[in-house]
Design a protein around this ligand. Sequence first.
Ligand code: ASP
Length: 334
Amino acid sequence: MHTKPRILILTTGGTITMLRNEDGTLSPCRDAGVLLECVPELRQIADIDLLALANIDSSNLQPGLWKSVATAIYQRMDEYDGFVVTHGTDTIAYTSAALAFMIQELPKPIVVTGAQVPLGEIGNDGHVNLINAVRVATSDLAEVAVVFGSQIIYGTRAKKTSVFDLQAIVSVNEHPMGDIGLFIKFNATPRARNSRKPLLQPCLNENVARIAVYPGFKPDILEYLVRVHDGIVLEGYGAGHIPTETNSLVPAIKAATARNVPVVVCTQCIVGSTQMEIYQVGRDALEAGAIPALDMTSETAMVKLMWVLGQTGDMVTIHSKMQKPFVREIHPLS
Ligand code: ASP
């Protein structure tokens, strides 16, 4: 009989489960069970099971792992009260967004966490992040959340913004779902735990490229990407602006649109939304067929485009799904 909540921790690797080698480098440790040895308090909060899905630096992660994590959780949804995924910080934002899209109608919490400093080291943040992740996974929540430092972040709103700060991952363009201080405080009204039947939609079209515009960017690069991909996320300047004079990207966007290859334009800025009708350099992109990403992060825009293209190749449907909120990833313009 279980008196405590049942939590499954799925490990994928990352600093949180890394050990320091003799030469000073960090690499994944072989036994993820180290988590429970290093953080014995976890057993006071919940009955914990461990599932080692991967043991990699998240820079080596490929989209197939998103599907493995989503499927592993989906298959065990009835057995546990909540799920914690331990992950490297470098690509945590992609994985949390992918989980949010792939499991729709989520009935209970999935919490993704990681660390800047490995568990075994003095001053590490893995210990506290893991404890807080398990606490949030036992809460009355039905969201994919990233728990990091003092923030509880919607899975589609996370971004790694620092290689130094212990608050390495922050919430972008959305108030954090909650804050962690003396106690855990939920700010808004995240979806509450419920008895819905979750829906697994793991199908992705991984053939999506993402590239940032920069002064001197050669249109041939975009033309090439369009020829060999099914979708493009183009990081424009400011509110979604692209070069339209020397090295104009307008013909490449027109060609992509004519070939049914969506070009989703997001901003290189961290904060704010595309607003492509303000300047001519945005309007021209829109008229060429670009789809504004609005306030989605570029990581989320990319994962979402893969997910949408996994469901449809119809340009009108792609356009409308990219601008429709599914899991708090976008604030549509009113
Ligand atoms: N390179 C590591 C990773 O993403 C960094 C970290 O976990 O903080 O796996």
